[in-house]
Design a protein around this ligand. Sequence first.
Ligand code: DQA
Length: 141
Amino acid sequence: KKLIIINGPNLNLLGTREPDLYGSLSLHEFLDAIIKKYPTVEIAHFQSNIEGELISKIQEVGFSYDGIVLNAAAYTHTSVGIGDAVKAIKTPVVEVHISNTFAREEFRHHSFIAPHAKGIIVGFGLQSYELAIQSFLEIPS
Ligand code: DQA
């Protein structure tokens, strides 16, 4: 299987940014660990702070990969364009969030991606990503 983890704005600061909420591992430490843990799965990664770059990446992988694990971070709650991109592609998308967005501010309760996602995994820390990977391996689409 060929999967990609796509991370949106500020997730490049994982480990230093609000560690109580988002954990103390850096993005690269976390990715290295997850790639090692699933040696038979091809796991690519892309991070951008720029909305259009995220849309271009979703379009680029969205007709050939087996799954996209997408944490669009703050753009989840604001981006009609990312929601439309997820709707436009063939590859199933699992939306993930590290924190439980429903236990936070009201503006984090809405997602433009969720209506077009295969499923949503929210609030399990960095393990949200791993659960999403497992969903692609264990649950048929
Ligand atoms: C987040 C939740 C978003 O509301 C926030 O803007 C983020 C991270 C999460 O993974 O918990 O940047 O997507």
